[in-house]
Design a binder for this molecule. Structure first.
Ligand code: VG1
Ligand code: CO
Length: 543
């Protein structure tokens, strides 16, 4: 039986960079999740009888919200729901399932790299039929709807058993519980030379993959150990836990420090280290003795993609988010292909991918992906690296240093100030905005500002415009500082400062990154008054 339940709006259901993210207790308020899910459905048209994909990263509260979402999909007229067994689907796997089964869209439950547990983070995101995050037009409509919603629809039914693969019906709607790994693993086999990678492992190549007790565990076990023949134990922390074992499932040098230390342990280190985040869309790549920055990784993957069967015909173009370093731009220039600069967040890549303008996309926040799905894809990046290593027969260090010798090196770092007072963070950005016009031509130390603006994106496909996407300050010689506030946090504000310097001279490619950027770091402080305004002496996280 379908119930129409009266409800009142919550004022805070504005989707951020990647869906709605809040603390679990916020989502546990009566009707909170229901209101947002109904607001999604109310913002869509013509889905009667269509298929909806539902899955999440397995974090605390995942199962409860999946039951609600299924019952609400049935009450709202969807014809079928595809749900991952146990409620599990990594974000890239969900994107693939939406595409493969021509679903109308999907609901992904995740707060990605944010911690999980009863007092930690949860999230809900809607993806459209191309498999990608809903564009701003839809997320704006969802927010508008959430502010006036007064009823939602749900069927009165007992909870479904999501742990058995097979089909059941709820109020006339079919619910298929699917293997979350199978379709995704098959796609990876199409894209990459599994034979070559298997041979590499056969030669004794040693790899460590840290699934961080998050969603990629079952995917990595199946693909890396079972299909590619890496020894058992290669994949660590492979059981997804609702609280990720109490850790931040964020594959960066702070939260994956153990892996980093192991990779830096000299000759004893494995050949290749990798990790992914809570929902499986990010990647960390570390070679023996060398961390590969995500911006460099994007450039190197783009330059070598044609070594993998899925990209043997070459790539059509590259897109990167604005704060991502310009390393990939040099690759695009050399290949004579298009290069696009978008705002932060994967939702801005969808149009470019759909239009065939780009094949590979990436963000400095450890996100890389291609036109195989419409999300960033952690394991995809790891497998493309393995494919390149297998074909080139060189180690990561050599591949990276040769890349820098050919293209120059973009020294790059991001400084995050987390849980800063929101008013202070907004004040800092407002003060920068007010200064923008006066900056060009000024000299700060040895650096001369050539341009300063608040990044606006004009989508070349649908002509939409997205403003206020980050303060850019550009200097002579290609150096750059970017300031923006995070759109994924759940408490206070997070200030991100992105710092980049281009170094063409190969004899200066082995500097320590923070040292190589020290004058820019000091300049960021003097332009933005970070210490005084945030009350912080140092960033909380440096990546
Ligand atoms: C961050 C990253 C951004 C990424 C987003 C979602 O956003 O900077 O590059 O797309 O997280 O990633 P923000 O607004 O906090 O800077 V994930 O892995 O959370 O889906
Ligand atoms: Co993620």
């Amino acid at each position: 039986m379908i119930s129409t339940v009266a409800t009142t709006p919550f004022g805070d259901q504005k989707p951020g960079t990647s869906g709605l993210r809040k603390k679990v207790p916020v989502f546990q308020q009566p009707n909170y999740a229901e209101n947002f899910i109904q607001s999604i459905f109310d913002s869509l048209e013509n889905f009667n009888g269509e298929t909806l994909v539902i899955g999440g990263d397995g974090r605390f509260y995942n199962r409860e919200v999946i039951q609600k979402a299924i019952k609400m999909a049935a009450a709202n007229g969807f014809g079928k729901v595809l749900v991952g067994k146990g409620g599990i689907l990594s974000t890239p796997a969900a994107s693939h399932v939406i595409r493969k089964y021509k679903a109308f869209g999907g609901i992904i439950l995740s707060a990605s790299h944010n911690p999980g547990g009863p007092t930690e983070d949860f999230g809900i995101k809607y993806n459209i039929g191309n498999g990608g995050p809903a564009p701003e037009k839809i997320t704006d409509a969802i927010f508008a709807r959430s502010k006036v919603i007064d009823t939602y629809k749900i069927v009165d039914a007992t909870d479904l058993d999501l742990d058995v693969i097979g089909s059941v019906t709820v109020e006339g709607m079919a619910v298929e519980v699917i293997d979350p790994v199978a379709d995704y693993a098959a796609l990876m086999e199409e894209l990459f030379d599994f034979g070559a990678i298997r041979n590499l492992f056969g030669l004794g190549f040693r790899m460590v993959f840290d699934a961080m007790s998050a969603v990629t565990g079952p995917y990595a076990k199946e693909i890396i150990e079972r299909r590619l023949g890496a020894p058992e134990g290669t994949v660590r922390n492979f059981i997804p836990l609702p609280d990720f074992g109490g850790h931040h499932p964020d594959p960066n040098l702070v939260h994956a420090k153990q892996l980093y230390d192991e990779m830096m342990a000299g000759d004893a280190a494995p050949d290749f280290g990798a990790a992914s985040d809570g929902d499986g869309d990010r990647n960390l790549i570390i070679g023996k003795g060398i961390f590969v920055t995500p911006s460099d990784s994007l450039a190197i993957l783009a330059a070598n993609a044609d070594l993998a069967p899925g990209y043997a015909g070459g790539i059509a173009g590259i897109a990167r988010s604005m704060p991502t370093s310009a390393a990939a731009d040099r690759v695009a220039e050399k290949l004579g292909i298009g290069m696009y600069e978008t705002p932060t967040g994967w939702k801005f890549f969808g149009n470019l991918l759909d239009a065939g303008k780009v094949t590979i996309c990436g963000e400095e926040s450890a996100g890389t992906g291609s036109n195989h799905v419409r999300e960033k894809d952690g394991l995809w990046a790891v497998l493309l690296w393995l494919n390149i290593l297998a074909v080139r027969g060189e180690n990561v260090l050599d591949i990276v240093t040769q890349h820098w010798a050919t293209y120059g090196r973009n020294y790059y770092s991001r400084h995050d100030y987390e849980e800063v007072d929101s008013d202070a963070a907004n004040g800092l950005i407002a003060a920068l905005r007010a200064k923008l016009e006066s900056l060009p031509g000024t000299k700060i130390g040895d650096l001369t500002v050539t341009a300063a603006d608040d990044f606006a994106y004009h989508d070349p496909v649908d002509q939409s415009v997205s403003k206020n996407q980050g303060i850019r300050i550009l200097f002579e010689g290609g150096s750059r500082i970017v300031f923006r506030l995070s759109g994924t946090g759940t408490s206070g504000a997070t200030l991100r400062v992105y710092i980049e310097r281009y170094e063409p001279d190969a004899s200066r490619h082995d500097l320590e990154t923070q040292a190589a950027l020290s004058d820019l770091i000091a300049t960021a402080e003097s332009i933005a008054d970070i210490r005084v305004r945030t009350g912080r002496d140092a960033p909380s996280v440096i990546t």
